[in-house]
Design a binder for this molecule. Structure first.
Ligand code: ZN
Length: 131
């Protein structure tokens, strides 16, 4: 019980875990316990591969307060190979221009550390995938 809970938390922190609809097999991200396609209950965890391609993107020059050191950066809408669209920052472009259709993969990055409790906060970004 405790191990399963720990695995689920860990999977959510380090991977892209959503849900799969047991009725129509639609993959759901982020998890919402309800299938957007057929409207029935969907609580079966599903781990996404993290692979996808850029569906659309937008450069961000003026970052929100607290994220200035990241600017300028590119935010993309990524179409996962399992179907859902997710919004995330692109990283490791290395001077390459983002483009629609660019193959990308998810990477887990430290977003900030919570000094008081020594906790690290992780989030996901996408980087170009080597063919
Ligand atoms: Zn469904």
């Amino acid at each position: 019980m405790e191990i399963a809970r720990h695995w689920r938390l860990k999977a959510q922190r380090y991977g892209l875990v959503g849900e799969v609809c047991p009725h129509c097999d639609v993959k759901i991200f982020p998890p919402r316990d309800l299938c957007p396609d057929c409207g029935q209950e969907a609580r079966e965890p599903f781990a996404f591969s993290g692979n996808g391609e850029v569906y659309s993107y937008a450069p961000v020059k003026d970052a929100p307060a607290g994220f200035e050191s990241n600017a300028p950066y590119t935010v993309a809408l990524v179409r996962l190979e399992e179907g859902p669209l997710v919004t995330a920052q692109l990283t490791d472009l290395g001077g390459e221009a983002a483009r629609i259709g660019m193959p990308v993969e998810m990477v887990t990055r430290k977003l900030r550390s919570d000094g008081e409790r020594g906790m690290l906060v992780y989030g996901y970004k996408f980087r170009p995938r080597l063919a």
